[in-house]
Design a protein around this ligand. Structure first.
Ligand SMILES: Nc1ncnc2c1ncn2[C@@H]1O[C@H](COP(=O)(O)OP(=O)(O)OP(=O)(O)O)[C@@H](O)[C@H]1O
Ligand SMILES: [Mg+2]
Length: 323
């Protein structure tokens, strides 16, 4: 059972020492820029959601944080990230647990391998893996440890993946669309588990998702990515209530709501598509799709800057932010 968890902290001050901070991160495929000028800071006990349409560069940015880019891609940063993937660094949980679990090994064997990778002495493996399975809310840990992945539901498999990530005793966890392959009730339980681990184990969590409803429920802070740039950042309630960048407002308007179903209100689709890497338009990359665009938007790109001196944790990359 996953214990109940408090709702997200609102605008409470972030703790001083980040678990991970990266400045001016860029990802390239040869000469083609996929993402650039990315600043991300993860704090212990807080969850940062990274959101944006498909193809914006969320997954590759997250992979770059832990030096896990696929071959052919390179990352540069103004200063090295403070974490590396692996023990006591950064651990990852991905979308489809079935793909990442070995079908011919029991859960216990796979967890023991993760513990060995984290240099845990072999004699401690059994106790530690049973403890990990309990910490991720799996009932009857000895039975789960003796099971093969196909004997577990999708939700149980994702809990096992999270246990494998925790085996590394990470300071930060990247969860890339961790619930997209699961049905909605299981999705809620997995999100609740991530939230619980973040709070109780003081983990820094980077949650990558398309789903702004999920962000509203579980994350403390959010960064919105568009065409390889972060275009808006801030505490979740502030950004969702008062988006400054027209892209963020358009994403919010595209959200289906139960209210919309009652009134048959149309969904506001965002016209056009995210430009592929290598085909970024000049100036603001969202300008060609932006209903509020003005002639100067296409002249020069604006970097992320604070909305006002009074709210340094709220920033946007729009020349004409919404009031
Ligand atoms: N190995 C690769 N080599 C070159 N380009 C790639 C590679 N992998 C992905 N890309 C391109 O980089 C861009 C960003 O991809 P990424 O997977 O980070 O997007 P994403 O925001 O995570 O999208 P989604 O929401 O669909 O997961 C996309 O245009 C994608 O086509
Ligand atoms: Mg992705």
């Amino acid at each position: 059972m996953t214990p109940s968890v408090p709702s997200p902290a609102s605008t409470s001050a972030a703790p001083a020492a980040p678990a991970l901070a990266v400045r001016d991160l860029a990802v390239h495929a040869g000469p083609v820029e996929i993402a650039a000028h990315v600043n991300l800071t993860l704090y212990p006990g807080r969850m940062l959601a990274l959101v944006g349409e498909s193809g914006c560069g969320k997954s590759l940015t997250a992979a770059a944080l832990g030096d896990l880019l696929p071959p052919g891609l390179t990352a540069t940063a103004a200063q090295p990230s403070t974490l590396r993937a692996g023990p006591r660094g950064l651990a990852y949980v991905f979308q489809d647990p079935g793909v990442h679990l070995n079908p011919v090994l029991t859960v216990g064997t796979q967890l023991a391998e993760a513990l060995a990778a984290a240099a845990v002495p072999r004699r401690q493996h059994r106790d530690r893996l049973l403890d990990l399975l309990a910490r991720v809310g799996l009932p009857d840990p000895p039975r789960v440890a003796a099971s093969y992945p196909h004997q577990l539901s999708g939700g149980m498999q994702q809990r096992v993946m999270i246990a494998m990530a925790l085996a590394l005793s990470p300071r930060a966890l990247v969860a890339d669309e961790p619930t997209t392959a699961l049905d909605v009730t299981v999705q809620a339980k997995i999100l609740q588990l991530l939230r619980h681990l973040q709070l109780v184990e003081n983990l820094a969590v980077l949650l990558i998702t398309h789903n702004l409803g999920v962000v509203a429920q579980v994350a403390d802070d959010m960064a919105v990515m568009y065409a390889g740039r972060i275009v808006e950042q801030g505490p979740v309630p502030d950004v969702l209530r008062h988006p400054a960048h027209p892209y963020v407002r358009a994403l919010l308007r595209a959200l289906p709501t139960l209210h919309g179903a009652d009134t048959a209100a149309p969904l506001h689709e965002i016209p056009g598509r995210v430009p592929p890497p290598g085909a970024r338009p000049p100036g603001c990359p969202f300008a060609p799709r932006c209903v509020a665009a003005q002639p100067d938007c296409s002249l020069a790109e604006l970097s992320l800057r604070p909305l006002s001196p009074l709210s340094p944790d709220r920033s946007t990359a729009c020349l004409h932010p919404l009031a």
